[in-house]
Design a protein around this ligand. Structure first.
Ligand SMILES: [Zn+2]
Length: 159
């Protein structure tokens, strides 16, 4: 098979007293994402998309939140590990499209840095890493700023 497509979705609660990491970038905000790792919702969705493209399960299978080895871990390390795994299976990345859903803060000023961070780890061009963002028009848990969501779609090509 020359091409494989994958999709990923991730959710995290937003709470006070945590850092907000999105797309490998630390964003100044009054709340941060709660999780076993650094809780980077975008990187987790991309990891799941990569794993899903090759039917390799999900991030929870590869990096269990019951394992202390992953407590507080930088999700850029998890992203790299997923990339190495799909590489070892003979695949490389064509492009990524993603969407973040959060009410606040505005992430537009950080998107370029996120694209660069992800592109460097995954050895693709920044133009191959699309990051879009939307609010939910104040509706639901995202609108109430109780949490945030990321969706990612990835296309892999056989090397
Ligand atoms: Zn996550």
């Amino acid at each position: 098979m020359a091409y494989r497509i994958g999709s990923g979705i991730d959710f995290h609660q937003l709470v006070e007293g945590r850092d907000l990491w999105i797309g490998g970038v630390k964003i100044p905000h009054t709340k941060g994402a709660l999780g076993h790792s650094d809780a980077d919702v975008l990187l987790h969705a991309i990891c799941d998309a990569m794993l899903g493209a090759l039917s390799l399960g999900d991030i929870g299978v590869h990096f269990p939140d019951t394992d202390d080895a992953y407590k507080g871990i930088d999700s850029k390390i998890l992203l790299k590990k997923c990339f190495q795994l799909i590489n070892s299976k003979g695949y490389t990345i064509v492009n990524i499209d993603s969407t973040l859903c959060l009410q606040e803060p505005k992430i537009k000023p950080y998107v370029g840095q996120m694209q660069q961070t992800i592109a460097t780890i995954l050895e693709i061009n920044i133009t191959d890493v699309s990051i879009k963002a939307t609010t939910t028009e104040t509706m639901g848990f995202v609108g109430r700023q109780e949490g945030l969501v990321a969706y990612a779609t990835i296309l892999l090509s056989r090397k």
